[in-house]
Design a protein around this ligand. Structure first.
Ligand code: NAI
Length: 349
């Protein structure tokens, strides 16, 4: 595995690989920065084509978590974990417990929660053996995806203000890619606000349900980014915006929950060249981590208090995003470039 020489390495403070033969656990924990506090970041459980891809996913996601926490004003650093394998096939209580015991070895510098392939109940299983776990319904704000969706809606309001001056959701067409935990909540909320919806998922039953419940139009997973809509909202996996797909997007703004939406800097340039506004993913999707703060502050070795109720803290995503759009316009730079510079200043890189 290429590690220090990986293009994603970016001076990570710590990277740990774990395995437990009995349960089949193979996991990587990447800690990018603890400059602002212990690293916080979800655990993703998925099958990867090879170990290098798993490592690079962890490194990329972990750096984004540093940026996300910094720009959300949280006293946390950035980290991320990946468990390698098909969760449908290998996830078990034994495996999650083995994972929790390894997390104890890392101790208080890494705090985790759910991500793709994990659910609140899995976090509760891990928490039985490890205190550094958030996103449980018993001790915290519960399912973070609800709060991610709320934060995303605040971010979308900022996009409406900046790009669609004067428009309300009922004037707009939005394409949502991925009807999972976050995407489904977003679809429900956009429908309640009167938006016209196009939806896509690789699970046809989710799409059929959204079509029946919300009068949404269905799009093929390979075609959804080409939909004739105002906003394209990626809520599935990352890397969906490539130089090629950026050239095919019909929307005037891209704003969604998926982590690492831009496959490369060139993909961001391709969007900007076509005048498409991009809402940096780690700014607009920070609701989940923001919701975990109370629970984080209760963990062993932590102190401090939140400065406002959760609903107010989630609303700040709207202001932060407008601030980034404004800085970007003034600097004649792309929003994701300005957001990264801003975050790196905050984490002193
Ligand atoms: P999820 O696993 O519940 O949902 C993902 C959905 O996308 C699934 O329904 C899946 O079938 C679908 N999907 C997968 N590939 C697809 C494709 N090619 N085309 C269309 N649909 C496809 O995950 P969740 O929690 O909703 O997260 C979605 C994204 O948001 C992920 O990138 C995650 O990292 C990110 N995110 C999630 C947060 C949370 O609180 N859950 C917080 C911040 C970011």
């Amino acid at each position: 595995m290429q590690f220090w020489n990986s293009p994603e390495f970016d001076d990570h403070e710590q990277v740990c690989c774990f395995s437990d033969a009995g349960s089949g656990l193979r996991a990587i924990v990447a800690i990018h920065s603890t400059a602002l506090g212990p690293a916080a970041g979800g655990t993703r459980f998925m099958a990867y084509p090879d170990e290098q891809r798993a490592l690079e996913d962890a490194l990329r996601l972990s750096r984004a978590m540093s940026y996300k926490s910094a720009l959300a004003g949280l006293p946390c650093g950035g980290g991320k974990a990946v468990i390698i394998g098909d969760p449908e096939r290998i996830k078990s209580a034994d495996l999650l417990h083995a994972y929790g015991r390894y997390l104890n070895r890392i101790g208080a510098v890494f705090v985790t929660g759910e991500d793709v392939g994990m659910a609140v109940r899995d976090m509760e299983t891990i928490r039985a053996v490890c205190p550094y776990v958030g996103g449980t319904s018993s001790a915290g704000a519960g399912d973070p995806s609800v709060h991610t969706a709320t934060g995303l809606m605040h971010g979308l309001r900022a996009v409406l203000k900046w790009r669609f001056r004067g428009a309300s959701f009922s004037d707009l067409r939005v394409a949502i890619q991925g009807l999972g935990a976050v995407g489904w909540h977003v679809v429900e909320r956009l429908h309640a606000q009167g938006a016209q919806l196009t939806v896509s998922d690789i699970r046809p039953e989710r799409v059929e349900r959204a079509v029946a419940l919300f009068g949404a139009r269905a799009a093929h997973p390979d075609e959804v980014h080409r939909s004739e809509v105002d906003i394209y909202c990626p809520c599935a996996l990352g890397g969906v915006i490539t130089e090629e797909s950026a050239g095919q997007i019909q929307a005037r703004a891209v704003a969604g929950a998926a982590n690492n939406q831009l496959a490369s800097p060139a993909a961001g340039q391709a969007l900007a060249a076509r005048g498409i506004l991009y809402a940096p993913d780690y700014v607009i999707n920070a609701g989940g981590i923001i919701s975990g703060l109370e629970e984080f502050l209760k963990m062993p070795g932590r102190s401090g208090r939140v400065d406002a109720p959760l609903s107010v803290r989630l609303e700040r995503i709207h202001d932060r995003l407008l601030e980034i759009f404004d800085r970007a316009a003034r600097a004649q730079e792309r929003p994701e470039v300005v957001a990264e510079q801003f975050a790196r200043e905050l984490i002193k890189r």
